[in-house]
Design a protein around this ligand. Structure first.
Ligand code: CA
Length: 376
């Protein structure tokens, strides 16, 4: 079997109601899928985290490294491609593009061996993953606290036992939002806060100290990802567990953050960190650094499927009668193509999501939906 083609598919939808994180305004949803075709007709799918057009261009620039090779040589293809680009690519689009390629190769391997990816990667510790609802962005022009309360109340009614809201809109405003959401959802629902690196260490410390009384499960991306010493300071300056890592691409960036004791919880994204092959290596890094691993997930059903296979293979740490599963990040913000591009949507039931158990990623792509959401 050899690889004959690599195609990218950009999905795009302009939002009727743009929404904001601490620094960004989302006016559209856009994601890049990777399709790898083999000479025997086998096709694999992957997805890249981040700007779709940059990812598509980067995947295309890697095609000559990959076409003509055996798709089952996943690790050699990864290393050869990375090495070709590493001088300018230790972080960023090189990793996100390579992630989409790597996931597509695992999908092909699963189809070739007629096994789900989690089985090929050593087996699942679990195939039912408890999910948390991600949302709580600020709709442009709306009252953030009111919007968060409405959205998170609906998520809890929908069966989620854990929810995450966006902060980074000013210390006092954020504390008011956190308080309102905690009052609305009650004491039994886990609540996480995500600043999308919208604070410096002084404001992040204030948020952590003042938000702690509302029983916060973790404080995500409090400061910019380059500020490793600020991350470390925050673990000592305030009481909430610190989470981060969705932009620390590759094993080396993650190792540096772990060596500096930056986080209580590491959050790699399989579509950004370098794919399933690289994500698997971070399991060992987290184990030896005694850091909890809770992956980041953001994208379409392809990203969700890849994320689910990764969640399945993360060992309980430590094993016990009451061992925890890493929570699955389940984006509840509006995205009309997220599930439309697969024939069987990946949905939650009462806040639990099943890992697809078909060959490879275990999903089937709907090509009509790809055409429907292609940019004009
Ligand atoms: Ca985040």
């Amino acid at each position: 079997m050899i690889i004959t083609e690599i195609n990218t598919h950009i999905l795009y939808h302009e939002l009727e109601t743009p929404f904001q994180s601490s620094f960004s305004t989302f006016a559209a949803r856009h994601h890049c899928l990777v399709e790898i075709v083999c000479d025997d007709g086998t096709i694999g799918w992957g997805e890249c985290l981040g700007p779709a057009d940059i990812n598509a261009a980067t995947v295309k620039s890697m095609a000559s490294m990959i076409i003509g090779r055996n798709p089952l040589d996943i690790e050699p293809i990864w290393l050869d491609t990375y090495n070709q680009f590493r001088d300018q690519g230790q972080r960023g689009p090189i990793h996100t593009a390579l992630s989409g390629i790597d996931i597509a190769l695992w999908d092909i391997a699963g189809k070739h061996y007629n096994a789900p990816i989690y089985q090929l990667m050593g087996g699942a510790y679990r195939t039912e993953i408890p999910a948390y609802a991600t949302g709580g962005f600020k709709p442009v022009g709306a009252d953030h606290a009111k919007a968060c309360v409405e959205e998170m109340t609906a998520c809890v009614k929908d069966g989620f036992k854990a929810v995450k809201i966006k902060i980074g809109f000013g210390v006092n405003a954020d504390i008011a939002t956190i308080k309102a959401v905690r009052n609305a959802i009650g004491a039994d629902i886990a609540l996480m806060i995500d600043a999308n690196h919208g604070y410096d260490v002084i404001d992040a410390t204030a948020i952590g100290r003042r938000a702690a009384e509302f029983n916060i499960e973790w404080f995500e991306e409090p400061v910019i990802p380059e500020a490793l010493t600020s991350y470390t300071d925050l673990r000592h300056n305030q009481p909430i567990p610190i989470a981060g890592g969705e932009t620390w691409h590759g094993r080396y960036a993650n190792e540096e953050a772990l060596k500096q004791n930056c986080v209580d919880i590491l959050q790699p994204d399989v579509c950004g960190v370098g794919g399933l092959s690289e994500a698997r290596k971070l399991i060992t890094l987290c184990e030896v650094h005694h850091v909890r691993l809770v992956p980041h997930v953001w994208g379409t059903a392809v990203a969700l499927a890849a994320g689910l296979h990764f969640h399945a293979i993360i060992p309980p740490s430590p094993p016990s009668h009451n061992q925890r599963s890493p929570l699955l990040e389940f984006d509840r913000t509006y995205n009309p193509f997220r599930q439309a591009i697969v024939k069987a949507p990946i949905e939650h039931k009462n806040g639990i999501v099943s890992v697809p158990n078909g060959p490879g990623l275990g999903i089937e792509i709907d090509r009509d939906a790809l055409k429907q959401f292609a940019p004009i």
